[in-house]
Design a binder for this molecule. Structure first.
Ligand code: 6CS
Ligand code: FE
Length: 296
C-alpha cells in the first residue's frame, strides 16, 4: 500500500492561496557551530536572508570572473541546453550546473565559507539542488519577476519541505541601479500557492520569463505593504544568503554595468527531491538535481 505524500504547500491550482510556513527557517539548534555568528543566524531566521559584505576576496573574485567569461564565451557551452540566452539580444543570460561543468565552481561549492554556512542553516549534510551563473549584461538585460523559489522547486522539482538555502555571490559590483536582487524581509514565513497549472516543458520559458508560479498583483501588494522591499547592493565578493521561500525578484539592467553572480542552491539531504507536487514530470536534472550525493 503506497502512503500518500502529504502536500503541505499546495500550489498551481485554480486559485491563489496563502498558508503559514510549517517548517523551521533555521534547522540547526541555537549555538550550532559554523561560520555564521549567533546574531547572524537570528537575523536570517527573522528576515529570511543574510548579507555578507565579503564572502570571497577580490583575488578570488578575479578567478571566478575569468571562469564565468570562459564559460559564457565557449561556443560549446552556449550550444549546451544548460545555457539560457536573453530573449532579445541572444546574449548568454545563465549557465546552469556550473558546479558540475567547471572544476573552478566545484571548488567554490566545497569551500567551507560556502558549504559550511549551508550546513549550519540546514542542520544537516547538503547537496547542490541547482547552480547557475547569471551574467545579466548591461544595456537592457531583463530581470526576474517576483517569485518564491520554493514554489517552483516544490511544484516542478518535488522538494517536499522548506529546507533549502540559496547564496548569490556577486562577481561584479551590485549597484542600486544595475538590476540588483530585491527581497521582501519576512515574506519567507508565508507560502503563497499560485493559481494556474504548470504548462508542459514550462522550464523552457520560465527560465527566461517566469509565468506559472507568479503571484498576483494583489498578493504582492499585500506582501510589500506588510514586509517592505530590501534592495541588495554590494561589492564584487559580497554575498546574499536567502531562504528558499523568500519573495524576491530583480529589475532590468539598462546601465552599462553588468551584474554577474554565481548562484548556488543547497538542499538538505533529508529533503531530497520527490515527484513534482504540481507538474506532470520533473524538470531536467541540470535544473533540479536528482543526484543527492552530499557535498564533501
Ligand atoms: O526556476 C528556477 O529554479 C530558477 N528561477 C528563478 C527565477 N530563481 C530560482 C531558480 O534559479
Ligand atoms: Fe529566484
Amino acid at each position: 500500500m503506497t502512503t500518500a505524500i502529504t502536500d503541505l504547500y499546495p500550489t498551481r491550482g485554480a486559485t491563489e492561496t496563502a498558508v503559514p510556513r510549517q517548517d523551521p527557517v533555521v534547522w540547526s539548534p541555537p549555538g550550532a557551530p559554523g561560520p555564521i555568528a549567533p546574531s547572524g543566524m537570528q537575523a536570517y531566521e527573522r528576515d529570511g536572508f543574510l548579507a555578507i559584505e565579503e564572502l570571497i576576496t577580490p583575488d578570488e573574485v578575479a578567478v571566478y570572473r575569468a571562469e564565468l567569461e570562459r564559460l559564457v564565451t565557449d561556443p560549446a557551452v552556449r550550444a549546451d541546453e544548460r545555457s539560457i540566452v536573453e530573449p532579445k539580444s541572444q546574449d548568454v543570460r545563465s549557465v546552469f550546473e556550473v558546479h558540475r561543468i567547471s572544476e573552478v565552481f566545484a571548488g567554490l561549492v566545497r569551500d567551507e565559507r560556502v558549504v559550511g554556512r549551508a550546513r549550519q542553516i540546514l542542520g544537516s549534510d547538503v547537496y547542490v539542488h541547482q547552480s547557475r551563473i547569471n551574467v545579466k549584461p548591461g544595456f537592457g538585460a531583463s530581470g526576474f519577476y517576483w517569485h518564491s523559489d520554493f514554489e517552483t522547486w516544490h511544484a516542478e522539482d518535488g522538494l517536499p519541505r522548506m529546507r533549502t538555502v540559496s547564496v548569490s555571490i556577486a562577481l561584479t559590483e551590485n549597484f542600486a541601479t544595475n538590476g540588483g536582487l530585491m527581497i521582501m524581509p519576512g515574506s519567507h514565513r508565508t507560502f503563497l500557492g499560485c493559481a494556474g497549472e504548470t504548462p508542459k516543458d514550462n522550464y523552457k520559458k520560465s527560465l527566461q520569463m517566469q509565468d506559472a508560479g507568479t503571484p498576483s498583483d494583489g498578493a504582492l501588494t499585500a506582501f510589500a505593504d506588510r514586509h517592505g522591499i530590501r534592495l541588495f547592493t554590494g561589492g564584487a565578493g559580497s554575498a546574499t544568503w536567502f531562504d528558499c521561500n523568500a519573495m524576491h525578484g530583480s529589475g532590468d539592467n539598462i546601465t552599462p554595468y553588468p551584474r554577474s553572480n554565481v548562484f548556488i542552491v543547497f538542499n538538505s539531504v533529508e529533503n531530497a527531491a520527490q515527484a513534482p507536487f504540481a507538474a506532470p514530470v520533473p524538470r531536467p536534472s541540470f535544473i533540479g538535481a536528482r543526484d543527492f550525493t552530499p557535498v564533501r
